[in-house]
Design a protein around this ligand. Structure first.
Ligand code: NOJ
Length: 540
């Protein structure tokens, strides 16, 4: 039975991602925690969000900051207790905020009970929960590398076998071919569904079915069968499930298509890949390429009746305005223009913590100021190969720690309202200039603009559900229309250089009014646009 649209709360929701370690500390240990999150719920409500995606808070040795789980049904003590979690559910519910948890089922921690058992012997009942290959020390089963550097195989001398780890050596991949593993994963989903979770962001979900025959780790032959088993069950069909999948047009249709009983949506990363030749190396790009990607996906998702996730930032990427915008002299203009450009499109906005007040990348000169396992491995692998300064530049550019540094809530030095202790990771290097308190009181307030955008979405069925049409003429700008039952909103965004835009001829004071903009306008309909200027018009 398919759900009616009225039960699909996510169709008009705005989701906010919390990276718990860096959000808000409540007990002075320098690490963000669940009571800290609870203390910020009123702030989030006022911002205008409807749901939280909580990065992992499960019990974990924290090799990959919680994406290495050692107990899926318990809370990591540094974040709090199960009671804290239940209180978070209750307090969020009181405020009408839904909770989505992060579901990491491709791998566990090597400290998970299953893996500790699996390592004991080949005939241990848990051995086949993981992916093993017989072999010889030093002769890898194949040449596959881990995402975090080095071979994807780790030798266990006691067994004379390698285990497979797509990520860090402390994150062994689960063997989804084993029906017992699939049942355990369903039980985890049910456990949290029973506790009242409203949805899941599903970590590297397309990796769970592997295609070893072709040395290909994602989109394996049994992916759809597995995802359907996980989420197609009646008990959990009401959950909002968003997959982290490296998906192209075809695979998105097959995993999110109507009546597939698999996922409600996936993140699409094409725009995130722009402007770099690899994670640590910038490459030329133009903002028009971002526009082209957005137009492509707006049209494609409309044509196939799919839900599109609107996002610029998350905990795996440096800040979008730092990498694909201007976080220096045009930080306010760029952050607000991009907010309007993404969040007034058709889809479901996801906002990453700190993005709402224009947080930007940091600059640190030594590797000790970084924590991310991926960054540290990259540094180690390259420190004898590249000049030190160049390597440090690369890391500052591409490290995931850029978006993982603690939130600078206030002007107060040195820890900016994040903690009364010593932060687990250095505060953002620009925290003196970029903090929530300073932004709130600025004439050009980024959070002020975010609130207006989110309030506009909330009040407007045209923005939530209306059709999308690209009206762009000329370069270095994006002009689009949203329309529902004859009601129209037109959004005009200029990119980095001052520009004269070819606005649609209908856009005159007789027909339209200016609803929102990020500059003080002299003439609401003039074609001249300043750098990163955005204007939002509504048809009278
Ligand atoms: C994707 C997550 O977003 C990332 O942070 C993590 O390191 C890997 N998956 C492994 O779980």
């Amino acid at each position: 039975m398919s759900m009616g649209n009225k039960n699909k709360w996510w169709r008009n929701a705005v989701v906010y991602q919390i990276y718990p370690k860096s959000f808000q500390d409540s007990d002075g240990d320098g690490i963000g925690d669940i009571p800290g999150i609870i203390s910020r719920l009123d702030y989030l409500k006022k911002l205008g969000i409807d749901a939280i995606w909580l990065s992992p808070v499960y019990r974990s040795p924290q090799d990959d900051n919680g994406y290495d789980i050692s107990d899926y049904q318990d809370i990591e003590p540094m974040f709090g207790t199960m009671e804290d979690m239940e209180q978070l559910f209750a307090e969020a519910k009181k405020r009408g905020i839904r909770i989505m948890m992060d579901l990491v089922l491709n791998h566990t921690s090597d400290e998970h009970r299953w893996f500790l058992e699996a390592k004991k012997s080949k005939d241990n009942p848990y051995h086949d929960y993981y992916v093993w290959r017989d072999g010889e020390e030093g002769v890898y089963p194949n040449d596959m590398n881990s995402v975090f550097g080095g071979p994807a195989w780790e030798w266990v001398p006691e067994l004379g076998q390698y285990y497979f780890h797509q990520f860090s050596v402390k994150q062994p991949d689960l063997n989804w071919e084993n029906p017992k593993v699939r049942q355990e994963c369903c039980d985890i989903v049910d456990f949290w569904a029973d506790l009242g979770v409203d949805g899941f962001r599903c970590d590297v979900l397309d990796f769970i079915s592997k295609d070893f025959a072709n040395n290909k780790m994602n989109d394996g032959p049994r992916l759809h069968e597995y995802v359907k088993q996980l989420f197609g069950r009646e008990k959990v069909k009401h959950l909002f499930t968003v997959g982290e999948c490296q998906s192209d047009t075809e695979s998105i249709c097959s995993i999110c298509g109507k009546d597939r009983d698999e996922l409600k949506s996936v993140f699409q990363f094409e725009h995130i890949g722009l402007g770099r030749s690899d994670k640590y190396t910038p490459a030329p790009y133009s903002a028009s390429q971002i526009k082209d990607v957005l137009v492509k996906w707006q049209n494609f998702t409309a044509e196939h009746d799919l839900l599109y996730i609107l996002f610029t930032d998350n905990h795996d990427q440096p800040y979008f305005i730092s990498r694909l915008g201007n976080d220096k002299e045009l930080r306010y203009e760029c952050a607000t223009a991009y907010a309007g450009m993404f969040y007034l499109l058709k889809g479901i906005p996801f906002i990453y913590q700190g993005q709402e007040f224009g947080s930007a990348n940091s600059r640190y000169e030594d590797i000790d100021s970084f924590n991310d396992v991926e960054t540290v491995n990259y540094y180690r692998e390259n420190c004898d190969k590249k000049p030190h300064d160049a390597l440090i530049d690369e890391i500052n550019y591409g490290s995931r720690d850029n978006t993982r540094r603690p939130i600078a809530w206030t002007k107060e030095k040195p820890t900016r309202g994040f903690t009364s202790g010593t932060p687990w990771l250095k505060m953002p290097s620009r925290a003196e200039e970029i903090n929530l308190e300073a932004d709130k009181s600025a004439y050009k307030s980024i959070i002020g603009f975010y609130k207006k955008i989110l309030a506009l979405r909330k009040s407007s069925d045209v923005i939530k559900y209306g059709n999308f049409k690209d009206l762009t003429q000329g370069d270095d700008c994006f002009v689009f229309e949203r329309e529902k039952n004859g009601e129209k909103i037109i959004v005009a965004v200029n990119f980095e250089k001052a520009n004269s835009l070819k606005l649609p001829s209908c856009l005159t004071g007789e027909n339209f009014e200016l609803l929102l903009c990020n500059y003080d306008e002299k003439d609401d309909f003039a074609p001249d646009f300043a750098p990163y200027e955005i204007r939002v018009y509504h048809k009278r």
